[in-house]
Design a protein around this ligand. Structure first.
Ligand SMILES: [Zn+2]
Ligand SMILES: [Zn+2]
Length: 660
């Protein structure tokens, strides 16, 4: 019996040798059943030949499944991502085959795949001249079946979606072929799906964590057989076994939610570019505020830029004003400035809608005792507890620990001595209700809106005009199209700037311009009020002038000077464990044994920004390399044979986004 290599969808595993009995025919990419540690698994024939010799120990393949084999492009992609993110290929295959229940004999025999068929659009719209020019440019690589990375940059409300719908139409009109649209957050799916249904007369396939096992199974199979032609999904949809992928669209490409932080850490946008390259298909990165990395690649002529400079139809861009929160406004001890209150009055009188944006959940980020100074802190993390009045508790946003409200201070035992410090969205809502008792308000945060259904309900309430003032976190900043919103008030524009990491300024700029873009998306002119303590800050200034390019050029210069991405490469190594001293000692030991290099520097260790989470102490080492150096090879060489003692964990994150 010949030996073959089988890869199992199992965390941190490489392929294993199995023997292929004569009565089973299986080629590279085929789905087969094997036993592994006495459990049955479905795996993929990764190599048709294995050098492993010990016939005594080797187990036979049990059967082959009658399923379309994994394409060689996808197998190549799995290997590529594994190497790049420094994970074993089994961890990546787990994302390709996320559900084992697909292969239950009963469900497989009952499943009838949808036949791929051409789809005729249900409606069309008249594109503006600018949009038509963009469509023509974007269509080129699709016509030529070429790989190309196209950046679709359009101001908010310019109709980017309509432009990429034209390309989707071109694929769907054919008899087969698939289009994947990746979204940064599943809360954005419902509005897009409504638009797709209206435009193409079909419901696209969905892929995200909210689906039931059965939905996942059917969608997975229809993707593998090619019957699912248009797929809308969160980042994990990138790894599915498309039978005939023709086009990938990354919506809101700048969004840092594309970075997966748990388990295998990867940047879905960047990995999508790689998949498109391997599949030899075009990919569109769409955004009103493309990321600095993307602009860099445009400047380097690696990506091609297509721009939409004006808003669609009668809409014009909103005007922005800065309100200085120092001086008079500070003395009034209100979170909403007099200027913003006046604007809100106008909105209410005219029967329009307003958004108040503050990227902070809960009522107050910190509560202390006015008598003795006691502060609510998390016992498991180095964080303060956030006061949530709606939930009557103080909660840790890192580990979820919470304590119910108390009326008595646990230290000095004084009654009702607690003072909330600073605002969260709940506190803004309280102030709105106090100032405008008749206004209808709604809170949009992860705490109040935690399912796709809940998002849909809120969106419909807003669209039906049942709400006057929407108060929310970044959840309201993204993608939504609400025609009646004419005012956006940014409560604390400085908040995101405090993050202090590489992308803090860029991210703040993107978030604030996204939320500003919610104003005046149709006939009525929009207005944006930006409250800040730093009116001179260049980011705040460029938001008002709309001179994004000059802000970006400054950022690019800044990163170039310190050799930070995209000018250099970065990896972060986080070492964590329960014993602070031992973790620190191991971290220092690692740095001490790091190989000396002219092109790579190892920085740290330093306690991570949040130095303790869930009782684990955390230290961070940063590895910085020149752009053309393989940072992975260096780390592999360095950590080869190093064993972390006991319960200490070591995690490598290539291209880190999160510096907590
Ligand atoms: Zn006290
Ligand atoms: Zn905690």
């Amino acid at each position: 019996m010949p030996n073959i290599e089988i890869l199992l969808p199992k965390l941190q595993t490489n392929s294993f040798a199995y023997s292929l009995p004569q009565n089973i025919q299986a080629n590279k990419g085929d789905f087969v059943q094997v036993t592994f540690r006495k459990q049955e698994f479905v795996g993929i024939v990764w190599q048709e030949y294995s050098e492993y010799l010990d016939q005594e120990k080797i187990k036979p393949v049990l059967k082959r499944y009658d399923l379309p084999p994994l394409k060689k492009e996808l197998m190549e992609f799995v290997d590529w991502v594994a190497e790049y993110t420094m994970n074993a290929p089994g961890s990546i295959l787990k994302m390709v085959i996320p559900i084992q229940s697909v292969f239950k004999e009963k469900s497989l025999s009952k499943f009838i795949p949808i036949e791929p068929a051409s789809i005729v659009p249900a409606s069309s719209i008249n594109l503006s001249e600018e949009q038509q020019v963009a469509v023509n440019k974007l269509k080129e690589p699709l016509d030529n079946k070429d790989h190309k990375v196209l950046v679709l940059e359009g101001v908010t409300g310019s109709g980017k979606t309509e432009v990429y719908f034209e390309l989707i139409e071109q694929v769907l009109k054919e008899k087969s072929g698939q289009v994947l649209i990746l979204l940064p957050e599943i809360s954005l799916t419902s509005q897009l799906i409504q638009r797709i249904t209206k435009r193409f007369g079909i419901e696209p396939a969905r892929w995200h964590s909210d689906l039931t096992d059965k939905e996942k199974r059917n969608t997975w199979l229809n993707i593998a057989y090619g019957g699912a032609r248009l797929i809308v999904g969160a980042r994990s949809a990138l790894f599915l076994p498309y039978s005939d992928l023709r086009l990938i669209i990354i919506d809101e490409e700048h969004d840092s939610s594309f970075k997966q932080e748990e388990g295998v850490t990867y940047q879905a946008r960047d990995m999508a570019v790689v998949r498109a390259y391997i599949e030899k298909i075009p990919i569109i990165l769409s955004s009103a505020t493309p990321s600095l990395e993307t602009i860099y690649n445009v400047n380097k002529k690696k990506y091609e830029l297509v721009t939409l400079a004006s808003r669609f139809g009668e809409a014009t861009l909103p005007t922005s004003v800065i309100v200085d929160m120092k001086g008079d406004n500070a003395r009034k001890k209100k979170f909403i400035s007099a200027e913003l209150v006046d604007e809100l009055k106008d909105v209410l009188e005219q029967g329009k809608q307003a958004i108040l944006f503050l990227n902070r959940r809960g009522y107050a980020p910190l509560t202390l005792c006015g008598e003795c100074g006691y502060r609510f802190a998390c016992p498991n993390c180095s964080t303060w507890l956030v006061e949530h009045r709606s939930l009557s508790c103080h909660q840790c946003h890192q580990c979820g620990y919470s304590v119910n409200f108390k009326s008595k201070c646990p230290t000095c035992h004084k009654e009702n001595s607690f003072v909330p410090c600073g605002p969260g969205v709940e506190r803004i809502e309280e102030e709105v209700k106090y100032t405008f008792p008749d206004a209808r308000t709604i809170l949009m945060t992860r705490d109040t809106v935690n399912s796709i259904q809940a998002v849909e309900n809120i969106i419909n309430q807003i669209l039906d005009g049942k709400v006057d003032i929407i108060i929310g976190t970044q959840m309201i900043a993204k993608g939504h199209h609400f025609p009646k919103i004419t005012l956006v008030g940014i409560i604390d524009a400085d908040l995101g700037l405090l993050g202090g990491d590489l992308r803090a300024a860029e991210r703040t700029y993107q978030l604030l311009s996204q939320v500003s873009g919610r104003a005046g998306r149709e006939k009525d002119k929009g207005k944006v009020v930006i409250q800040t303590f730093n009116p001179e800050n260049p980011i705040i200034q460029s938001l008002v002038t709309g001179e994004r390019r000059s802000f970006l050029e400054q950022e690019i210069m800044g990163r170039k000077m310190v050799h930070m991405p995209p000018f250099g490469k970065l990896a972060s190594i986080v070492i964590s464990g329960f014993n602070d001293e031992k973790v620190a000692e191991f971290a220092r030991f690692l740095v001490k044994i790091s190989p000396v290099s002219n092109t790579i520097s190892v920085l740290g260790p330093v306690p991570a920004l949040i130095s303790r989470i869930k009782n684990k102490f955390r230290y961070r080492i940063l590895v910085k390399a020149e752009r053309n150096i393989s940072i992975q090879k260096y780390i592999n060489y360095w950590l080869d044979g190093v064993k972390a003692p006991g319960s200490i964990k070591l995690k490598v994150d290539i291209d880190p986004y999160n510096f907590f």
